[in-house]
Design a protein around this ligand. Structure first.
Ligand code: SAM
Length: 387
């Protein structure tokens, strides 16, 4: 059983903190013995809530870092929480803002980012337990004076009197991700109204959102963290400084532009595999310009060109280009004594794991293999392994 408002309140007492510490110390022991030992002094509901909290803290640590150890979670809240690095980046986008309304605060990933940047937060969540968890997290991290949390429906907030706001609608229902943005809670139409009416407004939406649904005056920022595309943020006119932006964290580097077409060129010395934020933002053309590179095919996002260090792509030195054939590839990799191979693909339907088995790799060397198509023909680029 996970947390309730009641068990949360008890876990926040000194006795609750001692129980959590005990549960954390025993979490890897035999579960039956651990539960029995903890139940000697506490009710089954409280023990269950403590054990769930410890497990969710462990799971959230990759997204939230060490602060996860002081936080409380609902299972849904832990799934939806914004990563610390992304929340900090977002808070920086609101620099100069003194106070913000977080209209769908969840368990508080974003509000903690705002508070850590010194921005006062009026947070709202429609779910009573989630709101209570957000308040507990603000308190646990020392932001009592800066954060207030209310349980209410964002749709009842008069946007007319709000100078700065952020909204991260729920995008799950029944454990599934919602694809239709109008099924977000609150719906995408509400996000658009927020961006139009509030001067300093931001929203987090799914990175797969159709570009056609983004108003022209809004800045769209696709964000990746450690190579994983994590979100699309939208910013109102007063916060917008460009139309499209790809930001890669933790580097904190941004590529901006309108989506210029990339030139097509012959295969050069280096292959660039652009970061997913660059690809989703449709900024491969801008990346090509910055690198003096070109795409290998007008429909494929691999770039080729000279070696230029960039945070926006992984770069591989090209050793050989062969038409795709299992026999030829196996022989080329055998000759090079390649035992470890990173396989990348764009525009190829090849089953990578099946190919890996079929290649029967052997040898002390390492390489990368990029499968793609050029002018409709399947091609394999044998490259040096990533540094
Ligand atoms: C994606 S989560 C927010 C996650 C949060 N940004 C974080 O980093 O922890 C969305 C939240 O919106 C809340 N929500 C959904 N509809 C709402 C509404 N109409 N008013 C207020 N909150 C709402 C849900 O309860 C959920 O906690």
């Amino acid at each position: 059983m996970s947390l309730t408002v009641e068990t949360l309140a008890r876990l926040r007492t000194d006795a609750g903190a001692a129980l959590l510490a005990d549960a954390a110390a025993r979490i890897d022991d035999d579960p039956v013995r651990t539960t029995a030992a903890l139940r000697a002094a506490h009710s089954p509901e409280l023990v269950a809530a403590a054990l769930t909290t410890v497990r969710l803290r462990q799971r959230a640590a990759t997204r939230l870092g060490p602060m996860a150890d002081r936080m409380f979670f609902t299972p849904d809240g832990a799934e939806q929480v914004t990563r610390t690095a992304v929340a900090a980046h977002r808070a920086a986008r609101f620099s100069g803002v003194q106070r913000i309304v977080d209209l769908c605060c969840g368990i508080g990933g974003d509000l903690l980012g705002f508070a850590a940047a010194g921005i006062a937060v009026d947070a709202i969540d429609a779910d009573p337990l989630t709101a209570a968890v957000a308040a507990a997290n603000a308190s646990a991290l020392g932001f009592d004076g800066l954060v207030s949390v209310r349980c209410t429906d964002a749709l009842t907030v008069d946007l007319g009197g709000v100078p700065a706001a952020f909204c991260d609608p729920a995008r799950r229902s029944g454990g599934r991700r919602t694809v239709d943005p109008e099924s977000y809670l609150p719906p995408y139409s509400y996000v658009l109204e927020l961006l139009a009416r509030v001067s300093f407004a931001g929203a987090k939406v799914a990175p797969g959102l159709d570009h056609a649904l983004i108003p022209a005056e809004v800045e769209a920022e696709w964000v990746s963290d450690r190579g994983v595309l994590v979100e699309l943020s939208l910013y109102s006119r007063d916060l917008a400084t460009t139309t499209r932006r790809a930001t890669v964290l933790p580097a904190g580097a941004s590529l901006t532009g309108d989506g210029e077409p990339a030139p097509v060129g012959p295969i050069g010395d280096w292959l660039y595999d652009p970061d997913p934020a660059v690809v989703r933002a449709h900024l491969v053309g801008e990346l090509a310009s910055s690198l003096g590179a070109a795409v290998v095919d007008p429909h494929i996002a691999y770039l080729t060109g000279p070696r230029v260090p960039t945070p926006f792509a992984k770069a591989y030195q090209i050793q050989d280009v062969v038409p795709f054939s299992l026999k030829k590839l196996r022989s080329a990799l055998r000759t090079r004594e390649i035992g470890r191979l990173t396989i990348l693909k764009r525009g190829s339907a090849v089953d990578v794991e099946q190919l890996r088995r079929d290649l029967r790799l052997r040898g002390p060397n390492e390489a990368a293999l990029a499968l793609t198509r050029i002018a409709q023909r399947p091609v394999a680029l044998i490259c040096s392994a990533l540094d």
